[in-house]
Ligand binder design. Structure first.
Ligand code: FES
Length: 250
């Protein structure tokens, strides 16, 4: 049977959705694989939405917004780009890249809309069906990404990147983009592992040794994650079993 991918498109109301509309009234031909969700601005597309889409069966996800400088809310598409970059980094962690795309399509670019959808559909056809389907391990990882992307730390970092790298702090210091990326990449890895720890606790994997073995992470790092999660009041000590502290998800 020929593989027909399920593609989810998040289109901003003011440019790309109007561009899709124009493609329709202009009878531009493009593959019927895309299902569209209209959002007010591409900046509204939370990386969580993308990880969720893959968990429920999407083979590819595309985000479309106004060209830089044209956003109805001035800088929403700038935010979209930051969030998209974070999404790509998260997906790379689990080897699930090459199934997302960010494109700028204006209200007058009906033909371009058709071309972008055609090209992305072909890319996903070439990549084949999503490996997440019926794959418990990958679904677990995608769920962990969804949780990690929603943490206050990741939201703060992605939302304040420009401020942190372009403005001086109260001591008159500026963080270089290189330094910021280093911090950002470390945060991505840490939050992903912490989300995995939380999900594992829900499944009864509840002490350092078991968590380290299941997640293939060094036990000292698992302990560090557990202490931070305890500080955040997301977990607590349960009991001591055979001289080993057991943790519970709150
Ligand atoms: S309104 Fe279109 S990207 Fe912001």
């Amino acid at each position: 049977m020929v593989f027909e991918p399920k593609i989810l498109g998040f289109l901003c109301n003011w440019c790309s959705y109007a561009g899709a509309d124009l493609a329709g009234v202009s009878r531009v031909q493009y593959p019927p694989n895309i299902r569209v969700i209209r959002v007010m601005c591409s900046g509204r597309v939370d990386p969580m939405f993308i990880f969720k889409a893959f968990q429920v069966g999407a083979d590819g996800v595309i985000v479309m917004g106004c060209h830089p400088g044209d956003c109805h809310y001035l800088e929403g598409n700038y935010e979209a780009e930051k969030k998209y970059n974070m999404t790509e980094k998260f997906l790379k962690l689990i080897g699930f890249d090459n199934r997302v795309r960010l494109e700028w399509v204006s209200a007058s670019e009906g033909t371009r809309y058709g071309a972008v959808v055609t090209e992305f559909t072909q890319q996903i056809k070439d990549a084949g069906p999503s490996p997440a389907k019926d794959n418990e391990e990958l679904l677990f990882k995608l769920k962990a990404l969804e949780m990690a992307a929603a943490t206050d730390r990741m939201r703060a970092l992605v939302g304040r990147e420009r401020h942190i790298t372009e403005d001086e702090n109260v001591y008159g210091e500026k963080v270089s983009l290189e330094k910021f990326n280093e911090i950002f990449d470390k945060a991505i890895k840490d939050e992903y592992e912490r989300a995995q720890v939380l999900l594992s606790l829900e499944k009864g994997v509840n002490n350092v040794k078991l968590l380290a073995a299941k997640l293939d992470i060094d036990p000292s790092i698992v302990l560090e994650h557990l202490l931070i999660l305890k500080q955040r009041m997301e977990i607590d000590f349960g009991e001591i079993m055979e001289n080993t502290p057991v943790f519970v998800r709150l």
